[in-house]
Design a protein around this ligand. Structure first.
Ligand code: FAD
Length: 549
């Protein structure tokens, strides 16, 4: 299907309201799928102020599908663990699962405006298919069975009407699109307030997540610290319930508290504040992210507490889930009911994220006296008892499993004793490929991939006929254009593979189904809802798997 230019607004395939990190990443991912989009952004450029800093491994992988991982890894500060202190004592030193051969660190700290910049640069590399209109606001939305009509207000005061087949609302927590559709986020918000301060100060401290409960520098408070690139510290501290939030963010009240804490931890270099703001945690979501031809993603769809770092990370997962589904529908490769699964999977993910976020928030800022007593008891005990320490361990962002997804193919799961089930993200492994060693996840992110574990050098004929990219995973031998060699044995182990085991991986890196030994009519039926890509995959594949990291 020839794709219209985004500069022909009358025939846009996808209009994206909001050019924050989620909207920009979605546009870049759609372009990677060959789909044109136009992003309408109210501001004149990238965000400012204290926003997201902790980007998960999964987010790095998603950004990697559009080449935005390279600048992110070059600029960001990777970390694998953290420490918690109760008064003067260290009560926890945690490490997230990680090993040197991983493609990405479990977490990278970087300011949100860099993520927006890298996603926008990825869009600019596909300028034939996507663009952003800055300083332009979505003002009104009307939809019909065929598409949407969107009024946009431009900086010069003029109004224009755009038409598109699909509108994706990525316009943040105060979404105009949500308001236009008469929808409301459901849930609750916490009363506890946190002051968020970014300061510039040189430091040689290791990059890790640092938390203090009731520290001598600020008795009764909880303080979190994260290093960011450009010699910036993020400092979050809880204010007392009886403190006036307007007074609390005044520099004369903030700076002495920060100074006292920096002194306590021995950070003596000169410093200056960059941003001061106030935050309270919210647990809110729409009940559905699809409303006919309007789809919701990122903060427009859900607001999760910052403790647990799942806001932007989950927004990028929304974009990853939606991009291939929208592309398949627009390219006639799947029916539009595929988009219902976007809502099912991502609303489920939000509910999980909200549960984790709520637990983290209740630990960071206990909502009542009972929670406070329990937390203090756990922290006291954790000083002496390592069995209590998991109770004070923060829950880090991990990909949500879609085990109940309507897309999953329940294929012979009981024949496996390990590996990844349908609805899990496909495990990573270091492989030998033509051109050198590389990671298996580099092959995900665009189309369906079949991983066929076999020592036999030729692929079965039935596999070659499927509308997927088929890759043979051999234990040894030489790699070729269709064969990766599992020289470290990681893939066979992590996929619990035997001779002939087959996994089908979705374009967003999730397992669709798996077979101990493929029953070809079942495998063919599993991919029947998804027709072949009109564009050959080989031309697209990120050419070699030689590592940059
Ligand atoms: C202090 C703080 C710390 C955080 N830390 C983390 C963290 O470490 N990790 C994490 O994952 N998340 C974190 N978050 C959450 C993260 O910042 C958000 O989840 C993220 O910004 C969501 O991105 P988005 O693109 O959905 O929305 P936004 O970033 O809000 O972008 C929405 C965009 O839409 C535009 N817009 C709004 N209305 C219109 C309109 N009518 N027309 C056109 N454009 C419009 C806005 O200008 C904006 O650019 C943090 C948030 C805060 C406040």
């Amino acid at each position: 299907m020839p794709l219209p230019s985004p500069r022909q607004p009358a025939s846009l395939p996808v209009l994206i309201a909001g050019g924050g990190p989620v909207g920009l990443t979605l546009a870049a991912l759609l372009a990677e799928q060959g789909v044109a989009s136009l992003v309408i952004e109210a501001d004149e450029g990238y965000c400012t102020g204290s926003r997201a800093i902790c980007m998960s491994r999964r987010s790095q992988e998603i950004l990697g599908w559009v080449g935005a991982d390279r600048p992110l890894v070059a600029k960001g500060l990777p970390w694998v663990g953290g420490r918690s202190y109760f008064r003067n004592s260290e009560v926890l030193h945690f490490l997230m699962p990680s090993e040197p051969s991983e493609r990405f660190a479990p977490m990278v700290n970087i300011q949100q405006y860099y993520i927006e910049q890298y996603a926008h640069e990825a869009m600019q590399r596909r300028a034939d298919l996507c663009e952003v209109r800055w300083s332009t606001k979505v003002a009104a939305v009307r939809q019909s069975a065929e598409g949407v009509e969107v009024d946009i207000d431009m900086a010069d005061g003029k109004r224009e009407t755009l038409r598109a087949a699909w509108l994706v609302a990525c316009d943040g927590g105060r979404s105009t699109v949500r308001e236009q559709l008469g929808l409301q986020l459901q849930g609750m918000q916490y009363d506890g307030r946190y002051v968020i301060v970014d300061i510039e100060q040189e430091t040689r401290r290791e990059v890790e997540r640092l938390a203090w409960f009731d520290p001598p520098s600020n008795p009764g408070s909880t303080i979190l610290m994260h290093r960011q690139p450009d010699n910036v510290w993020r400092i979050d501290y809880q204010i007392r319930d009886d403190e006036d939030p307007v007074e609390a963010v005044k520099p004369e009240n903030v700076l002495p508290r920060v100074q006292s804490h920096l002194e306590m931890i021995g950070e003596t270099a000169p410093w200056e504040p960059l941003w001061i703001s106030i935050y309270n945690a919210k647990c809110l979501t729409l009940n559905s992210y699809r409303h006919n031809r309007v789809l919701f993603a990122g903060d427009a769809a859900h607001l999760v507490p910052i403790f647990g770092v799942r806001g932007l990370n989950s927004g990028l997962d929304d974009a990853a889930n939606l991009a291939w589904k929208l592309a398949f529908v627009l390219q006639g490769r799947a029916s539009d009911s595929l988009l219902d699964s976007y809502s099912v999977e991502r609303v489920h993910a939000t509910r999980e994220n909200l549960a984790y976020g709520a637990k983290s928030t209740e630990f960071m800022a206990p909502p009542d006296f009972g929670f406070k007593l329990m937390r203090e008891a756990a922290l006291r005990l954790a000083i002496e008892d390592e069995h209590v320490r998991p109770l004070v361990n923060p829950r880090q962002s991990t990909p949500i499993r879609y085990l109940g997804s309507p897309l999953n193919v329940p294929a012979q799961d009981d024949a496996f004793s390990g590996g990844a089930q349908a609805g899990d993200t496909a495990p990573e492994a270091v492989m030998q490929a033509v051109g050198g060693a590389g990671h298996l996840t580099r092959y995900f992110g665009r189309d369906f991939v079949a991983l066929y574990f076999s020592e036999r050098t030729s692929l079965p004929e039935q596999l070659a006929r499927l509308p997927v990219e088929a890759i043979r995973i051999a234990r040894d031998g030489h790699p070729d254009s269709k064969t990766l060699v599992d020289h470290l044995g990681q893939a066979w182990k992590r996929y619990d593979a035997h001779e002939g085991t087959l996994y089908l991986i979705r374009p967003d890196g999730y397992v669709l189904g798996r077979w101990r030994e493929p029953n070809w009519p079942d495998v063919t039926a599993a991919v029947a809802p998804y027709r072949a890509n009109p564009e050959p995959l080989a031309a697209h594949r990120r050419a070699s798997t030689t590592e940059t990291r």
